[in-house]
Design a protein around this ligand. Structure first.
Ligand code: UD1
Length: 424
Protein backbone atom coordinates (compact mmCIF):
# COMPACT_ATOMS: atom_id res chain seq x y z
CA UNK A 1 0.00 0.00 0.00
CA UNK A 2 1.32 3.41 -0.93
CA UNK A 3 2.08 5.62 2.03
CA UNK A 4 0.96 9.20 1.88
CA UNK A 5 2.98 12.19 3.03
CA UNK A 6 2.33 15.90 3.37
CA UNK A 7 4.63 18.36 1.62
CA UNK A 8 4.05 21.72 3.28
CA UNK A 9 5.45 25.02 2.06
CA UNK A 10 5.61 27.08 5.22
CA UNK A 11 5.81 30.73 6.14
CA UNK A 12 2.19 31.63 5.37
CA UNK A 13 -0.32 33.03 7.81
CA UNK A 14 -3.83 31.60 8.00
CA UNK A 15 -6.70 33.98 7.32
CA UNK A 16 -10.37 33.46 6.50
CA UNK A 17 -13.26 31.18 7.40
CA UNK A 18 -12.94 27.54 8.35
CA UNK A 19 -15.72 25.15 9.40
CA UNK A 20 -15.38 22.56 12.14
CA UNK A 21 -16.80 19.04 11.58
CA UNK A 22 -18.81 16.96 14.03
CA UNK A 23 -16.91 15.56 17.00
CA UNK A 24 -15.14 12.23 16.45
CA UNK A 25 -14.95 11.50 20.18
CA UNK A 26 -18.67 12.16 20.63
CA UNK A 27 -19.66 10.24 17.50
CA UNK A 28 -17.80 7.03 18.46
CA UNK A 29 -19.62 6.18 21.75
CA UNK A 30 -22.90 7.52 20.34
CA UNK A 31 -22.73 5.19 17.33
CA UNK A 32 -21.82 2.32 19.69
CA UNK A 33 -24.81 3.18 21.92
CA UNK A 34 -27.22 2.41 19.05
CA UNK A 35 -26.51 -1.27 19.87
CA UNK A 36 -28.89 -0.69 22.82
CA UNK A 37 -31.95 -0.42 20.57
CA UNK A 38 -33.11 -2.98 18.04
CA UNK A 39 -34.20 -0.56 15.33
CA UNK A 40 -32.79 1.85 12.77
CA UNK A 41 -30.83 4.75 14.25
CA UNK A 42 -29.57 7.80 12.44
CA UNK A 43 -26.60 9.83 13.65
CA UNK A 44 -25.92 13.13 11.88
CA UNK A 45 -22.92 15.48 11.63
CA UNK A 46 -20.51 12.56 11.79
CA UNK A 47 -17.01 13.38 10.48
CA UNK A 48 -15.74 11.21 7.62
CA UNK A 49 -12.69 9.75 9.31
CA UNK A 50 -10.94 6.42 9.29
CA UNK A 51 -11.77 5.91 13.01
CA UNK A 52 -15.50 6.17 12.23
CA UNK A 53 -15.11 3.73 9.34
CA UNK A 54 -13.33 1.28 11.67
CA UNK A 55 -16.25 1.49 14.12
CA UNK A 56 -18.76 0.94 11.29
CA UNK A 57 -16.93 -2.21 10.20
CA UNK A 58 -16.81 -3.37 13.81
CA UNK A 59 -20.59 -2.81 14.12
CA UNK A 60 -21.11 -4.80 10.91
CA UNK A 61 -19.04 -7.66 12.29
CA UNK A 62 -21.45 -7.81 15.26
CA UNK A 63 -24.42 -8.19 12.91
CA UNK A 64 -25.56 -4.55 12.48
CA UNK A 65 -26.07 -2.96 9.09
CA UNK A 66 -24.44 0.43 8.66
CA UNK A 67 -24.56 3.01 5.93
CA UNK A 68 -22.29 6.07 6.04
CA UNK A 69 -23.40 8.71 3.49
CA UNK A 70 -22.19 12.32 3.55
CA UNK A 71 -22.17 13.13 7.26
CA UNK A 72 -24.90 10.67 8.33
CA UNK A 73 -24.46 7.19 9.70
CA UNK A 74 -27.50 4.91 9.65
CA UNK A 75 -27.29 1.86 11.86
CA UNK A 76 -29.78 -0.98 11.77
CA UNK A 77 -29.15 -2.96 14.94
CA UNK A 78 -32.17 -5.30 14.66
CA UNK A 79 -29.84 -8.29 14.66
CA UNK A 80 -26.73 -8.63 16.79
CA UNK A 81 -25.69 -12.26 16.57
CA UNK A 82 -21.94 -12.07 17.10
CA UNK A 83 -21.09 -9.94 20.18
CA UNK A 84 -17.37 -10.22 19.51
CA UNK A 85 -14.87 -7.41 18.86
CA UNK A 86 -12.17 -9.22 16.90
CA UNK A 87 -8.49 -8.36 17.31
CA UNK A 88 -8.16 -7.62 13.57
CA UNK A 89 -10.55 -4.65 13.86
CA UNK A 90 -9.98 -3.56 17.47
CA UNK A 91 -6.21 -3.28 16.98
CA UNK A 92 -6.84 -0.48 14.46
CA UNK A 93 -8.56 1.71 17.03
CA UNK A 94 -8.37 1.62 20.83
CA UNK A 95 -11.71 3.41 21.13
CA UNK A 96 -13.35 0.16 19.87
CA UNK A 97 -13.65 -0.62 23.59
CA UNK A 98 -16.76 1.63 23.53
CA UNK A 99 -18.87 -1.30 22.26
CA UNK A 100 -18.25 -3.28 25.47
CA UNK A 101 -20.92 -1.67 27.71
CA UNK A 102 -23.65 -1.53 25.00
CA UNK A 103 -23.00 -5.16 23.92
CA UNK A 104 -23.11 -6.47 27.46
CA UNK A 105 -26.42 -4.66 28.08
CA UNK A 106 -27.97 -5.83 24.82
CA UNK A 107 -26.68 -9.42 24.55
CA UNK A 108 -25.79 -10.31 28.16
CA UNK A 109 -22.30 -11.14 27.01
CA UNK A 110 -19.45 -9.60 25.05
CA UNK A 111 -16.00 -10.61 23.97
CA UNK A 112 -13.58 -7.96 22.85
CA UNK A 113 -9.91 -7.93 22.06
CA UNK A 114 -8.01 -6.19 24.85
CA UNK A 115 -6.68 -2.88 23.48
CA UNK A 116 -2.88 -2.67 23.60
CA UNK A 117 -0.58 0.24 24.37
CA UNK A 118 -0.24 3.07 21.90
CA UNK A 119 2.08 5.91 20.94
CA UNK A 120 0.84 8.13 23.75
CA UNK A 121 1.76 5.57 26.40
CA UNK A 122 0.28 2.93 28.68
CA UNK A 123 -3.52 2.95 28.51
CA UNK A 124 -5.18 0.43 30.83
CA UNK A 125 -8.94 -0.41 30.84
CA UNK A 126 -9.27 -1.36 34.52
CA UNK A 127 -11.81 1.39 35.25
CA UNK A 128 -14.16 0.11 32.51
CA UNK A 129 -13.98 -3.41 33.90
CA UNK A 130 -14.35 -2.33 37.53
CA UNK A 131 -17.52 -0.40 36.68
CA UNK A 132 -19.11 -3.31 34.80
CA UNK A 133 -18.16 -5.78 37.56
CA UNK A 134 -19.90 -3.56 40.11
CA UNK A 135 -23.10 -4.14 38.10
CA UNK A 136 -22.70 -7.89 38.44
CA UNK A 137 -20.76 -8.69 35.26
CA UNK A 138 -18.26 -11.51 35.34
CA UNK A 139 -15.07 -10.46 33.58
CA UNK A 140 -12.25 -12.76 32.50
CA UNK A 141 -9.11 -11.90 30.57
CA UNK A 142 -7.95 -14.76 28.33
CA UNK A 143 -5.86 -15.04 25.17
CA UNK A 144 -5.74 -11.27 24.74
CA UNK A 145 -9.53 -10.94 24.97
CA UNK A 146 -11.92 -9.52 27.56
CA UNK A 147 -14.80 -11.96 28.16
CA UNK A 148 -17.70 -10.22 29.91
CA UNK A 149 -20.89 -11.94 30.99
CA UNK A 150 -23.95 -10.49 32.72
CA UNK A 151 -25.73 -12.54 35.44
CA UNK A 152 -28.69 -14.58 34.10
CA UNK A 153 -31.10 -12.06 35.67
CA UNK A 154 -29.27 -9.23 33.85
CA UNK A 155 -27.05 -6.38 34.99
CA UNK A 156 -28.16 -4.63 38.14
CA UNK A 157 -27.85 -1.02 39.23
CA UNK A 158 -25.03 -0.15 41.64
CA UNK A 159 -23.20 2.75 43.27
CA UNK A 160 -19.98 3.01 41.30
CA UNK A 161 -16.92 5.18 41.91
CA UNK A 162 -15.24 5.57 38.51
CA UNK A 163 -12.07 7.50 39.41
CA UNK A 164 -8.63 6.20 38.49
CA UNK A 165 -5.03 7.22 39.05
CA UNK A 166 -5.41 10.04 36.50
CA UNK A 167 -8.92 11.13 37.42
CA UNK A 168 -12.05 10.32 35.45
CA UNK A 169 -12.13 8.21 32.29
CA UNK A 170 -14.13 9.31 29.26
CA UNK A 171 -14.76 5.95 27.59
CA UNK A 172 -15.16 4.08 30.91
CA UNK A 173 -17.94 6.54 31.75
CA UNK A 174 -19.50 5.90 28.32
CA UNK A 175 -19.34 2.13 28.79
CA UNK A 176 -20.75 2.06 32.32
CA UNK A 177 -23.45 4.57 31.40
CA UNK A 178 -24.57 2.47 28.41
CA UNK A 179 -24.61 -0.66 30.58
CA UNK A 180 -26.61 1.14 33.31
CA UNK A 181 -29.41 2.58 31.17
CA UNK A 182 -31.02 -0.85 30.74
CA UNK A 183 -29.86 -2.44 34.03
CA UNK A 184 -32.33 -3.31 36.79
CA UNK A 185 -32.75 -0.46 39.25
CA UNK A 186 -30.70 2.65 39.98
CA UNK A 187 -27.04 3.23 39.18
CA UNK A 188 -25.08 6.15 40.57
CA UNK A 189 -21.81 6.91 38.83
CA UNK A 190 -19.52 9.04 40.99
CA UNK A 191 -16.54 10.71 39.32
CA UNK A 192 -18.10 10.42 35.88
CA UNK A 193 -16.16 12.18 33.12
CA UNK A 194 -17.77 15.58 32.40
CA UNK A 195 -16.36 16.03 28.88
CA UNK A 196 -18.91 17.56 26.44
CA UNK A 197 -18.68 14.30 24.43
CA UNK A 198 -20.14 12.42 27.43
CA UNK A 199 -22.87 15.04 27.80
CA UNK A 200 -23.68 14.55 24.12
CA UNK A 201 -23.96 10.79 24.70
CA UNK A 202 -26.24 11.45 27.70
CA UNK A 203 -28.44 13.69 25.51
CA UNK A 204 -28.64 11.01 22.82
CA UNK A 205 -29.51 8.28 25.38
CA UNK A 206 -32.21 10.48 26.96
CA UNK A 207 -33.77 10.94 23.51
CA UNK A 208 -33.70 7.16 23.13
CA UNK A 209 -35.76 6.89 26.33
CA UNK A 210 -33.08 6.53 29.03
CA UNK A 211 -33.65 8.05 32.47
CA UNK A 212 -30.46 9.92 33.39
CA UNK A 213 -30.05 12.80 35.86
CA UNK A 214 -26.96 14.92 36.51
CA UNK A 215 -26.17 15.67 32.85
CA UNK A 216 -22.76 17.38 32.59
CA UNK A 217 -21.83 16.67 36.22
CA UNK A 218 -19.48 14.10 37.83
CA UNK A 219 -22.51 12.39 39.47
CA UNK A 220 -24.84 10.64 37.06
CA UNK A 221 -27.98 8.98 38.39
CA UNK A 222 -29.51 6.40 36.09
CA UNK A 223 -32.80 4.55 36.53
CA UNK A 224 -32.74 1.47 34.34
CA UNK A 225 -35.46 1.16 31.67
CA UNK A 226 -36.62 -1.99 29.84
CA UNK A 227 -36.26 -0.80 26.26
CA UNK A 228 -34.76 2.05 24.27
CA UNK A 229 -35.94 3.56 20.99
CA UNK A 230 -33.57 3.95 18.05
CA UNK A 231 -31.49 7.12 18.11
CA UNK A 232 -31.95 10.23 15.96
CA UNK A 233 -29.18 12.56 17.00
CA UNK A 234 -26.87 15.30 15.68
CA UNK A 235 -23.35 15.17 17.08
CA UNK A 236 -21.79 18.30 18.67
CA UNK A 237 -18.98 20.18 16.89
CA UNK A 238 -15.45 18.91 17.47
CA UNK A 239 -13.86 21.11 20.15
CA UNK A 240 -10.44 19.59 19.50
CA UNK A 241 -10.56 20.42 15.79
CA UNK A 242 -11.72 23.97 16.70
CA UNK A 243 -8.85 24.29 19.19
CA UNK A 244 -6.40 23.05 16.55
CA UNK A 245 -7.53 25.85 14.21
CA UNK A 246 -7.22 28.37 17.06
CA UNK A 247 -3.65 27.23 17.78
CA UNK A 248 -2.78 27.47 14.09
CA UNK A 249 -4.13 31.05 13.84
CA UNK A 250 -1.88 31.94 16.75
CA UNK A 251 1.26 30.17 15.55
CA UNK A 252 0.96 31.72 12.06
CA UNK A 253 -0.11 35.18 13.29
CA UNK A 254 -3.32 34.94 11.33
CA UNK A 255 -7.02 35.63 11.82
CA UNK A 256 -9.57 32.83 11.53
CA UNK A 257 -13.32 32.83 11.74
CA UNK A 258 -14.03 29.36 13.05
CA UNK A 259 -17.56 28.24 12.24
CA UNK A 260 -19.58 25.47 13.90
CA UNK A 261 -17.66 26.10 17.10
CA UNK A 262 -19.05 26.08 20.64
CA UNK A 263 -16.79 28.23 22.83
CA UNK A 264 -18.74 27.15 25.91
CA UNK A 265 -17.22 23.67 25.50
CA UNK A 266 -13.69 25.06 25.53
CA UNK A 267 -13.41 27.86 28.07
CA UNK A 268 -10.03 26.65 29.38
CA UNK A 269 -8.69 26.97 25.83
CA UNK A 270 -10.29 30.37 25.18
CA UNK A 271 -8.90 31.62 28.48
CA UNK A 272 -5.33 30.49 27.62
CA UNK A 273 -5.55 32.03 24.15
CA UNK A 274 -6.50 35.39 25.68
CA UNK A 275 -3.59 35.09 28.12
CA UNK A 276 -1.31 34.37 25.16
CA UNK A 277 -2.44 37.64 23.57
CA UNK A 278 -5.05 36.48 21.05
CA UNK A 279 -8.06 38.64 20.31
CA UNK A 280 -11.03 36.32 20.78
CA UNK A 281 -14.64 36.97 19.94
CA UNK A 282 -16.90 34.11 20.94
CA UNK A 283 -20.28 34.08 19.18
CA UNK A 284 -23.23 31.70 19.36
CA UNK A 285 -21.96 29.19 16.84
CA UNK A 286 -18.60 30.59 15.78
CA UNK A 287 -15.46 32.21 17.08
CA UNK A 288 -13.05 34.83 15.75
CA UNK A 289 -9.41 34.37 16.67
CA UNK A 290 -6.95 37.05 15.58
CA UNK A 291 -3.34 37.53 16.37
CA UNK A 292 -0.80 40.05 15.25
CA UNK A 293 1.59 40.77 18.09
CA UNK A 294 4.11 38.76 20.12
CA UNK A 295 2.83 35.58 21.75
CA UNK A 296 2.91 35.81 25.58
CA UNK A 297 4.43 32.76 27.28
CA UNK A 298 1.99 30.88 29.56
CA UNK A 299 1.93 27.71 31.66
CA UNK A 300 -0.54 25.01 30.69
CA UNK A 301 -1.53 21.91 32.68
CA UNK A 302 -3.72 19.33 30.97
CA UNK A 303 -6.59 18.08 33.13
CA UNK A 304 -9.94 16.33 32.75
CA UNK A 305 -12.76 18.63 31.57
CA UNK A 306 -13.33 21.52 32.25
CA UNK A 307 -9.52 21.75 32.42
CA UNK A 308 -7.24 22.19 29.41
CA UNK A 309 -7.61 19.11 27.13
CA UNK A 310 -4.67 16.77 26.64
CA UNK A 311 -5.79 16.45 23.00
CA UNK A 312 -4.67 20.09 22.40
CA UNK A 313 -1.38 19.92 24.29
CA UNK A 314 0.82 19.26 21.25
CA UNK A 315 -0.85 21.90 19.07
CA UNK A 316 -0.46 24.63 21.72
CA UNK A 317 3.19 23.67 22.16
CA UNK A 318 3.86 25.10 18.67
CA UNK A 319 2.44 28.52 19.52
CA UNK A 320 4.38 28.53 22.81
CA UNK A 321 7.57 27.46 21.02
CA UNK A 322 7.25 30.80 19.18
CA UNK A 323 6.34 32.87 22.28
CA UNK A 324 8.47 35.66 23.70
CA UNK A 325 9.82 33.95 26.81
CA UNK A 326 9.59 30.67 28.69
CA UNK A 327 6.50 28.49 29.17
CA UNK A 328 5.83 25.16 30.87
CA UNK A 329 3.38 22.52 29.67
CA UNK A 330 2.55 19.82 32.22
CA UNK A 331 0.76 16.66 31.10
CA UNK A 332 -1.47 15.22 33.82
CA UNK A 333 -3.54 12.81 31.72
CA UNK A 334 -1.01 10.89 29.61
CA UNK A 335 2.44 11.51 31.20
CA UNK A 336 4.30 10.08 28.19
CA UNK A 337 2.44 11.99 25.51
CA UNK A 338 5.50 13.86 24.23
CA UNK A 339 6.50 12.00 21.06
CA UNK A 340 6.28 15.25 19.10
CA UNK A 341 8.93 16.98 21.23
CA UNK A 342 12.08 15.60 19.52
CA UNK A 343 10.50 16.25 16.10
CA UNK A 344 9.77 19.86 17.02
CA UNK A 345 13.33 20.33 18.28
CA UNK A 346 14.49 19.17 14.84
CA UNK A 347 12.46 22.07 13.46
CA UNK A 348 14.33 24.55 15.63
CA UNK A 349 12.14 24.63 18.76
CA UNK A 350 13.84 24.76 22.14
CA UNK A 351 12.00 22.19 24.27
CA UNK A 352 13.30 20.25 27.25
CA UNK A 353 11.53 17.45 29.09
CA UNK A 354 11.50 17.52 32.88
CA UNK A 355 9.39 14.67 34.29
CA UNK A 356 5.79 15.22 33.20
CA UNK A 357 6.56 18.73 31.94
CA UNK A 358 8.10 20.36 28.90
CA UNK A 359 10.06 23.54 29.48
CA UNK A 360 9.67 25.71 26.39
CA UNK A 361 12.10 28.53 25.62
CA UNK A 362 10.50 30.62 22.89
CA UNK A 363 12.43 30.98 19.62
CA UNK A 364 11.96 33.58 16.86
CA UNK A 365 11.21 31.07 14.12
CA UNK A 366 10.90 27.41 13.25
CA UNK A 367 12.57 25.89 10.21
CA UNK A 368 11.47 23.15 7.83
CA UNK A 369 12.69 19.56 8.31
CA UNK A 370 11.56 16.06 7.38
CA UNK A 371 9.51 14.80 10.36
CA UNK A 372 7.47 11.77 11.36
CA UNK A 373 3.90 11.85 12.66
CA UNK A 374 3.60 9.59 15.73
CA UNK A 375 -0.05 9.88 16.79
CA UNK A 376 -3.16 11.77 15.88
CA UNK A 377 -2.78 15.04 17.80
CA UNK A 378 1.02 15.10 17.50
CA UNK A 379 0.59 15.01 13.71
CA UNK A 380 -1.75 18.00 13.85
CA UNK A 381 0.93 19.83 15.80
CA UNK A 382 3.52 19.02 13.12
CA UNK A 383 1.20 20.39 10.44
CA UNK A 384 0.86 23.68 12.36
CA UNK A 385 4.62 23.81 12.90
CA UNK A 386 5.22 23.22 9.19
CA UNK A 387 2.82 26.01 8.16
CA UNK A 388 4.55 28.38 10.57
CA UNK A 389 8.10 27.32 9.61
CA UNK A 390 10.18 28.85 6.85
CA UNK A 391 10.85 26.35 4.03
CA UNK A 392 9.39 23.04 2.90
CA UNK A 393 8.54 20.36 5.47
CA UNK A 394 7.79 16.74 4.68
CA UNK A 395 5.56 14.93 7.19
CA UNK A 396 5.63 11.14 6.99
CA UNK A 397 2.97 8.71 8.26
CA UNK A 398 0.04 11.10 7.87
CA UNK A 399 -2.45 8.24 8.17
CA UNK A 400 -2.44 9.22 11.85
CA UNK A 401 -3.97 12.59 11.01
CA UNK A 402 -6.69 11.05 8.83
CA UNK A 403 -7.96 9.22 11.92
CA UNK A 404 -9.13 12.48 13.46
CA UNK A 405 -9.20 15.42 11.04
CA UNK A 406 -11.66 15.54 8.16
CA UNK A 407 -10.18 17.02 4.95
CA UNK A 408 -7.50 18.82 6.92
CA UNK A 409 -5.46 19.95 3.93
CA UNK A 410 -8.55 21.17 2.01
CA UNK A 411 -9.71 23.17 5.02
CA UNK A 412 -6.28 24.68 5.79
CA UNK A 413 -5.39 25.36 2.13
CA UNK A 414 -8.63 27.36 1.78
CA UNK A 415 -7.32 29.78 4.45
CA UNK A 416 -3.80 30.15 3.10
CA UNK A 417 -1.80 26.99 3.86
CA UNK A 418 0.19 25.26 1.11
CA UNK A 419 -0.21 21.56 1.82
CA UNK A 420 0.15 18.84 -0.78
CA UNK A 421 -0.80 15.21 -0.14
CA UNK A 422 1.55 12.93 -2.06
CA UNK A 423 1.84 9.17 -2.54
CA UNK A 424 5.32 7.81 -2.01
C1 UD1 B 1 -10.63 9.77 25.49
C2 UD1 B 1 -10.44 10.38 24.12
C3 UD1 B 1 -8.99 10.81 23.90
C4 UD1 B 1 -8.55 11.73 25.04
C5 UD1 B 1 -8.81 11.08 26.39
C6 UD1 B 1 -8.53 12.00 27.56
C7 UD1 B 1 -12.08 9.19 22.81
C8 UD1 B 1 -12.36 8.27 21.69
N1 UD1 B 1 -10.80 9.39 23.12
O1 UD1 B 1 -9.84 8.57 25.53
O2 UD1 B 1 -8.90 11.49 22.67
O3 UD1 B 1 -7.16 11.99 24.93
O4 UD1 B 1 -10.21 10.69 26.49
O5 UD1 B 1 -9.29 13.15 27.47
O6 UD1 B 1 -12.98 9.78 23.36
N2 UD1 B 1 -7.23 5.24 32.56
C9 UD1 B 1 -6.96 4.24 33.47
N3 UD1 B 1 -7.77 3.12 33.46
C10 UD1 B 1 -8.82 3.00 32.60
C11 UD1 B 1 -9.09 4.03 31.68
C12 UD1 B 1 -8.29 5.14 31.70
O7 UD1 B 1 -6.03 4.34 34.28
O8 UD1 B 1 -9.51 1.99 32.65
C13 UD1 B 1 -6.39 6.44 32.55
C14 UD1 B 1 -5.71 6.68 31.20
O9 UD1 B 1 -4.54 5.92 31.05
C15 UD1 B 1 -5.47 8.16 31.25
C16 UD1 B 1 -6.71 8.69 31.99
O10 UD1 B 1 -7.22 7.56 32.70
O11 UD1 B 1 -4.33 8.44 32.03
C17 UD1 B 1 -7.81 9.25 31.11
O12 UD1 B 1 -8.05 8.36 30.05
P1 UD1 B 1 -9.51 8.18 29.41
O13 UD1 B 1 -10.36 9.36 29.77
O14 UD1 B 1 -10.03 6.84 29.73
O15 UD1 B 1 -9.18 8.20 27.85
P2 UD1 B 1 -10.05 7.53 26.73
O16 UD1 B 1 -11.47 7.53 27.16
O17 UD1 B 1 -9.42 6.26 26.28
Amino acid sequence: MALEIFKIKGGTSLNGKVTVSGSKNAALPIIASTILSDGKSIIKSVPRLSDIEVLCSLMQSLGCKTNFQNDCVEIDSAVIDNPVGEYEIVRKMRASICILGPLLARCGRAQISMPGGCAIGYRPVDIHLRGLEAMGANIELKNGYIFAKAPSAGLKGANIFLGGAFGSSVLATANVLCAAVMAKGRTIIEYAACEPEITDLVDCLIKMGADIKGRGSPRLIIEGVKKLKPADHTVIPDRIEAGTFMASALATKGALEIQNCRCEDMMAVVDKLREMGAKMQCKKNSCLVAFDSKINPVDITTLPYPGFPTDLQAQFMIALALAKGNSVITEKIFPDRFMHVPELNRMGANLRKEGQSIIISGVKKLTAAPVMASDLRASAALVIAAIAAAGETIINRIYHIDRGYEKIETKLNAVGAKIQRLDV
